[in-house]
Design a protein around this ligand. Structure first.
Ligand code: NDP
Length: 334
């Protein structure tokens, strides 16, 4: 079987020295253990953080020599654990590998809603959907008529966030890194306005798209874009810090935000969150998300890449912006 081994801390982007694809015998299970055949591994921006040297993380960073971790959809192939039977589908914080062994404690049974393919259900309901749902509805507390700005809006989390904000009756503005992504935001995901942050007049266009200011900033990027948004916040606005992808490839501290004084002037509430802290709410959130999916109220793009050997390139596509929605590696047949 194949697995990705962590060889060297990256200085910036993950490169060919960071991880290497290795061969090993198929693992055997011991007492109480479960053998998993991995079906899909989700590619998440946060995977890069687990390979860094920063101490302040929400999970243990990986050590050199470890198998690369990732959010995984797996099928139980053998079980010595009475809680899991062969054929059962589970999600977990798994591995970039063909097979894995678990003691069962970290496995969560998973099933797709009726009429939704398993890969789609995993892509939308496992991490991206709950992140959008929790960040916007629980932290952002949107009210009808408010203006919500979402950064990295055409991605997995961003596109769902914008659509949930529309369902909550808000005016929704997205930022993205190309005109094509901006077109998609409006035509496929129903945003009211979309701005390409790579254009020199970005700040002016953003201000024009938010004539009544910003009530909720759903931040996925950080840096300069966040600063522009902070200047447009309304009094009592909420800033949901979901992600800061523009900073994850840097092992150094990144200066800013420079417009931080607006947190006082505009009486802002800023809150960051890690969705893994809210697993107990997943069934409720997944229920609502699945309902919206089956009612055709949530559009999404999935980029399923066939072959574990493509995992590093797939993860890096989140950083170059060449990804087309939620990126997942198909490890083996369902
Ligand atoms: P996406 O599908 O949104 O892909 C990442 C996108 O980020 C890229 O397509 C690119 O879009 C944009 N991007 C990358 N680098 C930069 C940069 N330097 N400046 C501006 N934009 C950049 O990924 P996800 O939906 O998986 O993740 C989105 C965010 O959500 C991430 O920050 C992630 O860490 C966060 N997240 C947080 C969770 C939590 O628990 N708090 C859980 C899951 C995700 P473009 O072409 O528009 O630049």
């Amino acid at each position: 079987m194949r697995y990705w081994r962590f060889d060297k801390h990256p200085e910036e982007m993950i490169d060919s020295d960071t991880l290497s694809l290795q061969e090993a015998p198929k693992p055997k299970i011991g007492r109480g253990e479960v053998l998993l055949r991995n079906l899909y591994v989700s590619m998440d921006a946060t995977n890069r953080l687990w390979l860094g040297k920063r101490k302040e993380l929400y999970i243990e960073p990986l050590s050199l020599g470890d198998t690369m971790k990732g959010f995984t959809l797996s099928v139980v192939e053998e079980s010595d654990n009475p809680a899991f039977a062969p054929g059962q589908i589970v999600t977990w914080l798994g591995e970039w590998a063909d097979y894995s062994v678990s003691n069962g404690l970290d496995l969560i049974p998973f099933s797709a809603p009726a009429d939704v393919p398993l890969a789609d259900a995993f892509g939308v309901l496992n991490i991206a959907g709950p992140t959008a749902y929790y960040g916007l509805l629980e932290i952002g507390q949107p009210r009808p008529g408010e203006t919500v700005v979402v950064t990295a809006a055409s991605g997995a989390v961003g596109s769902l966030t914008g659509q949930i904000a529309k369902l909550a009756g808000c005016r929704v503005v997205g930022t993205a890194g190309s005109d094509e992504k901006c077109r998609r935001l409006i035509e496929e995901f129903g945003f009211d306005a979309a701005i390409n942050y790579k254009q020199p007049d970005f700040a002016d266009k953003l201000a024009a798209a938010c004539p009544h200011g910003i009530d909720i900033q759903f931040e996925n990027v950080g840096g300069e874009i966040l600063d522009h948004c902070l200047t447009l916040m309304n009094n009592g606005g909420r800033v949901v810090i979901c992600g800061l992808i523009s900073m994850y490839n840097s092992e150094q501290n990144v200066p800013g935000p420079y417009m931080f004084h607006n947190t006082i002037m505009k009486r802002l509430k800023i809150e960051g969150f890690v969705i893994l802290d809210h697993m107990q709410d997943f069934p409720k959130m997944q229920h609502h998300l699945a309902q919206w999916m089956s009612e055709g109220k949530l559009n999404y793009r999935l980029e399923v890449i066939d072959g574990l050997e493509h995992a590093v390139d797939a993860l890096n596509s989140l950083y170059t912006g060449s990804n087309d929605g939620k990126v997942m590696i198909k490890v083996g047949p369902e």
